[in-house]
Design a binder for this molecule. Structure first.
Ligand code: C2E
Ligand code: CA
Ligand code: CA
Length: 774
């Protein structure tokens, strides 16, 4: 209902219906008047036709009789030879097919008379007339100028014409020819006018029916019509022709009113059917017109939808010179304009306006493409040195100019997959990894490309870059991480004043994963994601587990178990280590109390960070926790790395001293990895050294390690310190260390760190064993 096509179509339909109904109404109104008109027309036409034909018959007869009277042949035989006269007369009669021919002598005697009788089988017969030899009845006709008469002979009425036959100035007689007024004539008029025709004649005040097309003709009926009286159910016209001497000749033409009305109604129906057909045709064409008008509009609508969908390829072609055609052209122009604008916008969105080089968007796309295609590559993060100085001293125009020169020169490098300008002084070059391209060679190519001096209005400027490099797949398979890594390497190169630096894990102080972990770590304690595992320390003399180290584990909701190496330093750098250590201490001490209740006598060690030593109330916290859990001070060990103490010795030493005074054991963790001298260590208030696992793990095969460990144990003993070795991974290390007099041993060979319950179960089994041994 809403579509334009339907609207146009409905408009046409209404218009057509309106026009047709007006026409129909007018017609119905006019129909009645027309019927009357039609009838009277018909009647007058019929009468006119009759009069015309009847008169022309008369004129024809008169002209012919005159012509025949001039014939010398007839004149020659006129007075003497009856036989020859009849013969000549018949010849003339035949020429016009007259029904009656007569010759009348000068004294009024009928000298020849030929009468044609019409037989039933449509044949005719010519015979001598019955009046032959007798006197002509109407002698007055002979002298009058009147040429046409009605002549009755033996009950047959003729239309007759007379013409005198003259020789010189004297009239020798007359010739007469006649046409019969009969049923044939009546039928002839019926056929033309479709009205019955009666001929009547008044003779001696007596009306006679001469002939009729109607077999049931009635003289009274005909007489009434001639007198102008028509019965209701008929239409009729009558005429009294009195021009023939004193005779009255009547003509009645009539038909049933119902017949003619029927005829008119048939026409009326024909008209209605015609109207209906035209209506149908008009409606069909209206539908077609409506469809043809809306078809281009529909195409335009479709096109508009396509443009909206972002399909700019298909053009609309309308072979139409109307406004719609113009609209289609405008559509195409608009489509082109939108496409161009969109391309411009896309270009702008993907390119740096200063250098017209691809920007970060393209970079990220390309990186992801390479990563998903598993195309290994090297990502070079270039930083133009001293741009800030140029901007500050020579102005930003020069800075921009310099950036453009750098872009131009880098473009000339051939091997890269992508060159991007991230803005400012930062460029990225992506190299697909190929055998022949070593990193040093690529760096050399870059330096060579930028080597030549730039001349800016007489000022010599040098282009120098620092480069940070990361690789896929070696370093990461995440685009952002790779960019971050290259950036980290770049910062490192800058810090160490190097031309380039390849990424290495050790450079990483700010990785993305790290950033995420920093956030997540905030909730780790409150969300109960931390857990302590315990690793036993074995008394190497007695083979009894007397100590255990608490090692924290982080069960991250999405990343799973995160080892402490991955988050402890984050906690340290983001100020979260305080709460973490407090949680560990509280948990470990409370566990220690539980064990004590369970008759498990064990010294629990917790790891303390350098940061913890700076907390003003750390000492109080430890003591309070001890008291709260009723754990004796000598049943806890604090493991502190040597660097934690050496980096801020005074306060740290004071604090450690206080702990020592309380009875808490202090252990120097990771001993051997720092650079502190034993002389320094001598100052420290500690009980034991914990030799780092890197020296212990390979004792079996490494002579040097054995020397280091042996001497360390010796020196420690000399200083009055006991020794713990961590990282015992085999039987050899265990026995060898025991032999060297090392007091405690820790390592996977003895036990991996275990969750609390497992550890408790394990330790109970050990006790049974040692009791059995004892
Ligand atoms: P660490 O204090 O030197 O702890 C010993 C580490 O060596 C533990 O790693 C332990 O699982 C591992 N280890 C023990 N025996 C062996 C062995 O035979 N072979 C090898 N290859 N490794 C062995 P873990 O648990 O991953 O802890 C790593 C580091 O995280 C610890 O080194 C410590 O520095 C830190 N850490 C752990 N828990 C805490 C904590 O609660 N507080 C603080 N501040 N640091 C902690
Ligand atoms: Ca430790
Ligand atoms: Ca250690």
């Amino acid at each position: 209902m809403k579509s334009l096509q339907t609207k146009i179509f409905l408009f046409f339909v209404l218009l057509l219906l309106l026009v047709q109904s007006i026409a129909l109404w007018t017609l119905i109104k006019g129909n009645n008047a027309q019927e009357q008109q039609e009838i009277s027309n018909r009647l007058t036409t019929a009468k006119t036709i009759f009069t015309e034909q009847f008169n022309s018959r008369r004129d024809y007869l008169a002209a012919f009789a005159e012509t025949a009277a001039k014939d010398y042949g007839i004149k020659d035989v006129f007075e003497d030879d009856t036989r020859s006269l009849l013969f000549a007369l018949n010849n003339h009669r035949k020429r016009i097919n007259a029904d009656l021919a007569m010759a009348i002598s000068a004294n009024g005697n009928i000298t020849a008379q030929l009468q044609v009788s019409h037989l039933d089988n449509a044949k005719t017969k010519v015979q001598k007339g019955s009046e032959l030899g007798s006197q002509f009845k109407h002698t007055d006709w002979l002298e009058s100028q009147e040429k046409s008469h009605l002549y009755m002979l033996d009950g047959t009425l003729y239309q007759l014409s007379l013409s005198p036959l003259s020789v010189g100035t004297s009239t020798i007689g007359w010739l007469a020819f006649g046409f019969e007024i009969n049923q044939t004539l009546a039928t002839h008029f019926l056929e033309i006018t479709r009205l019955e025709v009666d001929f009547i004649l008044n003779q001696n005040n007596q009306w006679l029916l001469i002939a009729s097309s109607n077999p049931d003709a009635d003289i009274n009926f005909a007489k009434n019509i001639v007198n102008g009286q028509t019965p209701e159910q008929y239409i009729a016209i009558g005429e009294l022709i009195t021009e023939f001497d004193d005779q009255q000749f009547g003509l009645a033409m009539y038909g049933l009113r119902a017949d003619i009305v029927k005829l008119l109604q048939e026409q009326w129906w024909q008209f209605l059917i015609l109207t209906f057909i035209t209506l149908l045709l008009s409606l069909t064409s209206a539908y077609i017109i409506a469809a043809s008008i809306t078809k281009p509009i529909k195409r335009l609508v479709k096109q508009a939808k396509m443009i909206a969908r972002g399909d700019y390829q298909q053009k609309i072609e309308l072979k139409d010179s109307s406004e719609l055609g113009q609209l289609a052209d405008e559509f195409n122009l608009m489509q082109q304009a939108v496409l161009t604008r969109e391309q411009e916008i896309t270009h702008r969105a993907n390119h740096d306006p200063l250098t017209e080089l691809p920007n970060r968007n393209i970079l990220v796309k390309t990186l992801n493409q390479c990563i998903s295609n598993k195309t290994s590559f090297q990502l070079f993060h270039l930083n133009l040195s001293r741009l800030k100085d140029v901007n500050e001293t020579l102005g930003h125009d020069v800075g921009d100019w310099l950036i453009q020169r750098t872009a131009d020169r880098l473009k000339k490098l051939s091997q890269f997959t992508l060159l991007c300008h991230l803005g400012g002084d930062e460029f990225i070059l992506l190299f697909e990894k190929k055998e022949k391209h070593s990193i040093t060679e690529l760096v050399k190519n870059i330096n060579t490309a930028l080597e030549a001096h730039c001349d800016y209005g007489g000022i010599n400027l040098q282009l120098q870059v620092r480069i940070g490099i990361s690789s896929f797949p070696e370093h990461s398979n995440v685009d952002k991480t790779l960019l971050q890594m290259a950036d980290t390497a770049l910062q490192n190169a800058r810090k160490n004043n190097k031309n380039y630096q390849c990424y290495d894990k050790s450079l990483d102080v700010n990785s993305v994963e790290r950033l995420n972990l920093i956030n997540d770590l905030k909730h780790a304690i409150s969300d109960n994601q931390l857990e302590l595992h315990y690793q036993p320390k074995l008394d190497l003399k007695t083979n009894v587990v007397t100590h255990a180290e608490a090692l924290v584990r982080w069960y991250h909701p999405t990343l799973g178990m995160i080892p402490p190496d991955s988050f402890i330093h984050i906690a340290e750098q983001t100020g979260q280590i305080n709460s973490l250590t407090r949680w560990v201490v509280a948990t470990a001490f409370s566990q220690s109390a539980t064990w004590r209740k369970d008759n498990i006598d064990i010294n629990v060690a917790v790891n303390i960070s350098a940061e913890n030593l700076k907390e003003p109330d750390f000492y109080e916290f430890i003591c309070n926790t001890l008291t709260a859990n009723k754990v004796p001070a000598n049943k806890v060990t604090l493991e502190v790395t040597e660097s934690a103490v050496v980096d801020n010795p005074e306060s740290a030493i004071m604090l450690l001293q206080r702990f020592k005074d309380t009875g808490i054991k202090i252990s120097i963790d990771d001993y051997g990895t720092g650079y502190s001298s034993l002389a320094q260590l001598k100052q420290l208030p500690v009980h034991e050294l914990k030799i780092d696992k890197s020296f212990v793990q390979h004792l079996h095969e490494d002579e040097d390690d054995r020397i280091i460990v042996r001497s360390t144990i010796e020196l420690a003993h000399n200083m009055g310190l006991s020794v713990v070795s961590e990282g015992i991974e085999d039987d050899f290390a265990l026995r060898w260390l025991a032999k060297q007099g090392c007091e405690l041993g820790q390592g996977y060979f003895i036990s991996r760190p275990k969750p609390t319950n497992d550890f408790t179960a394990w330790i109970k089994k050990q006790e049974v064993l040692s009791v059995e041994k004892g």
